[in-house]
Design a protein around this ligand. Structure first.
Ligand SMILES: Nc1ncnc2c1ncn2[C@@H]1O[C@H](COP(=O)(O)OP(=O)(O)OP(=O)(O)O)[C@@H](O)[C@H]1O
Ligand SMILES: Nc1ncnc2c1ncn2[C@@H]1O[C@H](COP(=O)(O)OP(=O)(O)OP(=O)(O)O)[C@@H](O)[C@H]1O
Ligand SMILES: [Mg+2]
Ligand SMILES: [Mg+2]
Lengths: 225, 225
């Protein structure tokens, strides 16, 4: 499903260069549930943005579901993203002054899905927020905003769900409820890639890939207890 | 240092009311290191915003360092906030397009402290970000932004440090480094109140206050191992 070879991302600021990813090679098969871990600043979000078709690599190859996306232009990236990927951002990226229901409806407007309001309400119910559907982000707690972002990423039944620290703002029990949703998706064939700092969350996955200084330093299966 | 009695906060949205805090009574003494825990949406950030003098209660009493702040106007609240409190926001609240160094300098401009750039650099060094001092928020990882927000809260030597989930975006090791800073402050007499979802972080504190549905449901000392 996801195949990268020598994936590189260098940010240029004035006359300094930041090597956020230094040649990453890995493959993630359809239906896997993978945890990405590593220290702050090690390149995890950079990797997620490239694989999520939100940004373009400086070098290397990336093919998603057999299609080479490394050299696509912005329109083509946007199309493949809306069609195949659900993305939960580390900072949620909700639209200000927009109700929770509307946030979750938006991806379905782009893809022309019918019964948006009903499906959006079901997604909000799945994350425990049906009674906050009319709240805008400033009227929601941090963890509630995160769950709206999760509902929005799920609502279009994506082939690949990419979640950058989806439980960071959640208490243990709410975090477990979100992981139960991701595991259910994984069992129905969705490929799930999530970044986490929490070992307990990583144990719900079947594989842990660790980043350090822009490189993959380990890639191991999770032993089921 | 912090004394609240029957503290209440009700948000009114159109014709519905959200009772975020339903009469909280507690006292935190000078120099304590307190963890606030509880489920997503239970009222922790609302409590922190009131005690941090960022918002006004709907009802109840609050005195900070012996001064009644419950009925102060916005200017008086801003003054006492800049003088006594360092606040780390759950969503960081950094200024866009502003370098890390400048973010940390800003509180010192308001309070008229000299040698701002030097002191700001030392605060960034303390959180491991001296080499990112010229990066704006969009050029920093999530955990790096969080650490800039921590440096900014510390730089003015506040009497009370209020941190709303200060390690949420950090890996375990970086989170431990931040807790070491908070413990050092606590030992020199700063009162530290932090919200966390992580049990390991709460164990660094000497007291855990738990919230549920807008109320305090438990308030216990941490047994030192
Ligand atoms: N401005 C607002 N208007 C209406 N409701 C609000 C507003 N701000 C917060 N709320 C509601 O008040 C409740 C408490 O919110 P608060 O942010 O204090 O929770 P929290 O304990 O910090 O949660 P989290 O752990 O998810 O950050 C939530 O249910 C939220 O929806
Ligand atoms: N737009 C940018 N310009 C310059 N440097 C950047 C930019 N975005 C990220 N960086 C740098 O690239 C490195 C990797 O950032 P990235 O966001 O991928 O880290 P991360 O592993 O997600 O960290 P965290 O766990 O803190 O979220 C960081 O050191 C960061 O400062
Ligand atoms: Mg990140
Ligand atoms: Mg909160």
């Amino acid at each position: 499903m996801i195949k990268v070879q020598d994936l590189t991302k260098t940010y240029t600021m004035g006359n300094t260069q930041v090597h956020a990813l230094r040649g990453v090679k890995l493959e993630i098969g359809a239906g896997e549930l993978v945890a990405i871990m590593g220290p702050s600043g090690s390149g995890k979000s950079t990797f997620m943005n490239l694989v999520g078709c939100l940004d373009r690599p400086t070098g290397g190859e990336y093919s998603l579901d057999g299609v080479d996306v490394s050299r696509m232009n912005d329109n083509q990236l946007a199309e493949i993203r809306n069609e195949k990927i659900g993305f939960v951002f580390q900072q949620f990226n909700l639209l200000p002054r927009t109700s929770a229901l509307r946030q979750v409806e938006l991806p379905m407007i782009y893809s022309g899905v019918p019964n948006r309001a009903e499906r959006a309400m079901m997604a909000l119910e799945a994350v425990g927020l049906a009674d906050r559907h009319d709240h805008t982000p400033s009227e929601l707690s941090g963890g509630q905003q995160q769950r709206v972002a999760i509902a929005r990423a799920l609502v279009n039944d994506p082939r690949v769900l990419m979640a950058d620290e989806p439980t960071g703002a959640l208490d243990t029990r709410t975090g477990e409820e979100v992981m139960a949703i991701f595991q259910r998706l994984h069992r129905t064939g969705t490929t799930v890639v999530l970044v986490t700092h929490e070992w307990d969350i990583a144990q719900h996955c079947n594989r842990i890939i660790r980043f350090k200084d822009g490189r993959v330093v380990s890639d191991d299966p999770v032993e089921t207890p």
